[in-house]
Design a binder for this molecule. Structure first.
Ligand code: AMP
Length: 215
């Protein structure tokens, strides 16, 4: 099973794709997590990506496409995977199609789940978001607080606020989403593999709705 999770920043793609990964026993691949890891490790890619990420802009397509192509070659992707945060432009979607057609990643896309959330809700969700430095799990100061302040419930890792979860940057990321990523809704709609899921409700409720459209 090969899935894509689509939606604006703060829709819950990371949270839901982690749960799906556990449930379906296929890896979750988040380009945002891969890029943050590259920044932490201070690799050349990390340095190249940093200024775009801090400004809430997209990292150039060629860098992200190369990174994802390498990741999809790994053995754990053979039985399928969940893409979280990729593709984010039509050029990225076309590059993914080419990779799949060439047999590079061994499968086709089965379903694209589009999580729908409105703008103001996104701002509220992202400004209170905290992420675990170790396992990547997301929390929210009001809607999904950790049991112990600043500590991850799952792995005990330290929680931090992402440098692009500040209000000015959030608005910029939303604009980028509208202009560059939302055309993918039609792109995959036209291929007949898109499923829209309303992103309101508890994490569990949304997860159940997603499971219904992917099984
Ligand atoms: P995310 O964790 O998915 O919200 O991504 C955080 C940031 O990483 C984005 O705002 C972009 O700067 C960068 N990024 C992640 N995925 C992509 C992508 N597919 N294409 C371009 N930039 C990306």
């Amino acid at each position: 099973m090969t899935l894509i999770l689509l939606g604006p920043p703060g829709a819950g793609k990371g949270t839901q794709s982690r749960r799906l990964s556990e449930n379906l026993k296929i890896p979750q691949i988040s380009t945002g997590d891969l890029l943050r890891a590259a920044r932490e490790k201070r690799t050349p890619l990390g340095f190249q990506a940093e200024s775009y990420m801090i400004a809430g802009k997209l990292v150039p397509d060629d860098l992200v496409i190369e990174m994802i192509r390498e990741r999809l070659k790994e053995a754990d992707c053979r039985g399928g995977y969940i893409l979280d945060g990729f593709p984010r432009t039509v050029a990225q979607a076309q590059a993914l199609d080419q990779t799949l057609a060439a047999g590079g990643a061994g499968s086709k896309i089965d379903r694209v789940v589009n999580i729908e959330v409105d703008r103001e809700e996104v701002v509220k969700r992202l400004s209170g978001r905290r992420q675990c430095r170790k396992c990547g799990e997301n929390f929210h100061l009001s809607f999904h607080p950790p049991r112990v302040e600043e500590v991850c419930d799952l792995c005990g890792g330290e929680l931090f606020q992402r440098d692009d979860d500040l209000e000015g940057v959030i608005r910029r990321r939303l604009e980028v989403y509208e202009n560059q990523t939302s055309p993918l809704i039609d792109y995959y709609g036209n291929k007949g593999i898109l499923a829209n899921v309303p992103g309101e409700g508890s994490i569990e409720e949304i997860f159940r709705k997603i499971l219904k459209v992917v099984s």
